[in-house]
Ligand binder design. Structure first.
Ligand code: ATP
Ligand code: MG
Length: 214
């Protein structure tokens, strides 16, 4: 029997994918937040979920270890998208990529005088392209988390990070000075799987597409 493996990350992507799975008649047998299992069965014997780190989702799908996955636009841009078919914007896990600085840093003035600023981010590719498109020279510093700390301790003048409510920025006396792009999560499909397992994957893709709430 041919099977379908869907890669998901825990947290908001898993939570917001549940209604889409339900629309495709798929119900997970366990909650990954409670169970420590990395492979989770569903009510459909031919469908299973694998729980991966958000930034690893495109890699599992690219190499065909998962037939499909759900990943943020941020993660997809940083990955590059090789070998991935990206049929639908699922309009879940919505937020934005933004530039933020300390309240007392005059970003507009720095841009105006063409200053070379230090920018810390987990999203190096997005940050590089953003500042290049503005014609700004920046020194990029790669971080893996808690980017808000960098401007507070003098590691960077600015950060490029995901923002939803802005609560974390406010709590750390940072301000959003530029929006880079809106972010949401997309369905991604391994290109070989799509050809070889089309009769299994196509109904899932269509059910997801029909359940998207813009
Ligand atoms: P970790 O938190 O384990 O370091 P991560 O930050 O990559 O991993 P999540 O925080 O679960 O993982 O984010 C997963 C995806 O959800 C991101 O790639 C992004 O597309 C989206 N996302 C991140 N932060 C927010 C947010 N504040 N609001 C809405 N969506 C978000
Ligand atoms: Mg996170």
């Amino acid at each position: 029997m041919s099977t379908v493996t869907l890669a998901l990350s825990k947290g908001r992507i898993f939570e917001e994918t549940l209604p889409l799975l339900a629309a495709a008649g798929i119900v997970p047998q366990e909650n990954p937040e409670e169970s420590r299992k990395l492979i989770i069965g569903t009510n459909r014997p031919e469908v299973r979920l694998v729980i991966v780190r958000a930034s690893d989702t495109p890699t599992y799908v690219q190499y065909g270890a998962a037939d499909m996955g759900i990943a943020g636009k941020d993660v997809l841009i940083e990955h590059g998208g090789a070998g991935l078919y990206q049929p639908i914007d699922l309009a879940i896990a919505k937020c934005r990529m933004s530039v933020a600085v300390r309240e007392d840093f005059d970003y507009a003035a720095a841009v105006q005088r063409g200053a070379r600023i230090k920018v810390a981010s987990k999203y190096i590719k997005i940050a590089r392209e953003h500042f290049a498109s503005k014609g700004m020279h920046v020194d990029l510093i790669k971080l893996y988390g808690s980017m808000e700390l960098a401007p507070l301790v003098g590691l960077a003048d600015a950060i490029v990070d995901l923002v939803s409510t802005g609560g974390t920025l406010r709590a750390n006396k940072l301000v959003e000075v530029e929006q880079v792009m809106p972010i949401s999560s997309r369905l991604i499909v391994n290109q070989a799987s799509l050809k070889l397992k089309r009769e299994l994957l196509q109904p899932v893709i269509e059910a997801f597409a029909g359940a998207v709430k813009p």
